[in-house]
Design a protein around this ligand. Sequence first.
Ligand code: TLP
Length: 359
Amino acid sequence: MVGAKRSNVIDLRSDTVTMPTEEMLEAIRGAELGDDVYREDPTVNRLEEMAAKKMGMEAALLVPSGTMANLVSLMSNTKRGDCVILEAESHIYWYEVGGISTIAGLIPWPIRGHMGALDPKDVEEAIRPKDIHFPETTLVCIENTHNRAGGTVVTPKQIEALCKVTRKYGLKLYMDGARIFNAAVALKVDVREFTRHVDNLMFSLSKGLCCPVGSVIVGDSDFIERARKIRKMLGGGMRKAGIIAAPGIIALEKMIDRLEEDHVNAKVLAKGVAGIEGLHVDLGRVQTNIVLVDVSGLGVNSNIFIAKLKERGLLVSYHSRNIVRMVTHYGITREDIERALTIIEDAVREIKARSGDYF
Ligand code: TLP
C-alpha cells in the first residue's frame, strides 16, 4: 500500500519511512527523461530550477541522499585538511559514518549548542587562529531542524547572528536543512527567511515530503558546479534521474503545508506521553515532528522500552541510553497517535508491574 501504513504496525521510527503518494507514482510513470550527466533530463532540470527559486539561491543539484548531500557540500565548501565547526550532536558528526574525515579529509570541530543552535560566541572562540600549528577553519555547519535535539528550530535570527561571525572571519556557513520545511512551517515563515543568511544548504525530499529518494543541494552557481563534479566523483551522477525528480516536484508543490499536521500530531503525542508517570518529555523541544521521551523514570533503558512497544505493534527509535525518539509523518493519523498512547500506557503498566525483573 502506498502513502499510508502497510500493516497494522504504527511506525514512528522516522519520517524516512514515508511512502510516495499515488500522484507521485503517476508522475514517476509519466516523467520525461534524459541523461542527467549530460544535463539532458528535463524533469531533473525543472526540479533543480524550482528548488533554487524556492530557496532564493542561484542553482540546485539533486543527489541520492541527505548523507551524500552533506558530504558533497562539505567537500565543495572546503579543501582537505580544513577544520569544520559543527554542533556536537549534529547528523554530520553522529550518523554519517565519519565521511567528513575519511572521505572529505576534514577535521570536525564539534561544539555543543543549546537546543541544537550554536552560540555565535562559542563559534568565534572555536575558530583556529592563523598559526603555523593549526589547521585552517573554513566552514561552519548548522542543522535545521536539529534532529538529536528533538526537531528544534534554529531561528532566522540565530542564523543571522552566526552569519555575522562567519562573514567577519571569511568562513562559509552551510545548513543541513534535511527538515528545513518543518522549520518554516513551524514558524509560519517563508523558507527563505532561513536560507538568506547561509551560503548554501541541502534539504531532503525523502523524509516528511514523502518522496522515495533524494535530497537537493542549493547555493550559488559556482558552488553548485563544484558540487556537480564532486557528486560525479562519489558515484552520484544518476543518469535518468527524472524518475526521482518527478515526485520531488510534487513534494515542493503539494507536500510542504501539510507538515503542519505532523507537528500537531507530535504535540498531541508529546502531551499524552508527558502525562504518563515514569516518562518525561521536554515539551519546549517539541516544535516540529519529533518527540524525545526520557524513560529513565521507569528504571529501564531505551532498548527495553523499545522492545516492549514493538511487541505491541509500535515502532520507535533509539536516541540514547535513556531516550527514545518518536517521529510523526504522512500516513500517521490522529487515531494512530491515540492508539500509540494506549500502547505506551500499556507497556508502562507492564514495566512497572515487573520492575526488578529487568536489571
Ligand atoms: N536522519 C535519519 C537517520 O540517519 C538518523 C533519521 O531517521 O532521522 N541530516 C539530517 C538532519 C538527518 O536527520 C538525516 C537522516 C540526514 C541528514 C541524512 O539523510 P539520508 O538518510 O537521506 O542520508
